[in-house]
Design a protein around this ligand. Sequence first.
Ligand SMILES: O=C(O)C[C@@](O)(CF)CCOP(=O)(O)OP(=O)(O)O
Length: 324
Amino acid sequence: MKSPKITARAHTNIALIKYWGKKNQELIIPMNNSLSLTLDHFYTDTTVQFDSTLTEDIFTLDGKTYHDEKVSHFMDIVRDLANISTFAKIDSTNHVPTMAGLASSASAYAALALAASQAAGLNLDRKDLSRLARRGSGSASRSIYGGFVEWQAGTNDLDSYAVPFEEDVDWDLQMIAIVLDPNEKKISSRAGMQTVVATSPYYPAWVESTTADLTKIKTAIQARDFTTVGEIAESNAMKMHALNMSATPHFSYIEPDSIKVMDAVAELRAQGIPCYYTMDAGPNVKIICQKQDTQKISDYLTNLFAPEKVLVSAAGPGAKIIAR
Ligand SMILES: O=C(O)C[C@@](O)(CF)CCOP(=O)(O)OP(=O)(O)O
């Protein structure tokens, strides 16, 4: 007996106000609210079909089969929700340019949450989809929606989910990802944030300051105040990375080429071009800019990096079913 074969598409999101620490590991409840922009350029397509002849979940990513504990654990959560015990075939394709290093768990688990729940006969609303995606990866909770999205931290499985802050973004904000290292990061987000929560003396100040940043950036987005949005996002990212350097053992995702991009942004700003950077759990740098400046910034960057490493995105859509 086979279920319908469902394909869902979800896009990557990049946080302007970071999630970097959990209150609860198993349920993935964050310490603070975060806010992101869903991007149009990078997305994951995932197809799921439950099949009673299978004796385990079969997961392929970009054509290769993997035994992924996180995926199986996630599928157990879906099976519990749907009250079924059937295994599934899961085929995922990351539509991020090769060597992008941006194939984030966010788009992957948002697409899997939508495809798997639908194939299991569940018809979850977007709030419950966000809660389900959160169980796969915290940032995936935000990729259920397009545009600017806020993940309300909450305190338990029921009240920790994302909400749209501005889904149809009518603002010419863009993000230029400079792909410095496509390989898997040495320290995963999950391990990195666990270390800082447990050992950084600055952690309580991070939660306090990032909560203040969130309030201010929401006002700035609504006011279309690009400079303030950029300044807060850049500062928030650097505070997140300062946590890593203050942990025990200390660690950092920042590599020499990351600093090269940061210096380029400083030079562009000195030339009067407003642009700001953010970084996540890896060396890649994302530059926040306005569409009118994107070409000038890209031209400057392609003098420093190979053109195929400079990838431009605008605001993108939420998760949706693309085939059934
Ligand atoms: O996206 C952000 O807010 C900031 C980060 O990207 C890192 F900079 C965190 C992503 O963490 P995620 O991969 O979701 O961790 P999980 O819940 O342990 O799977």
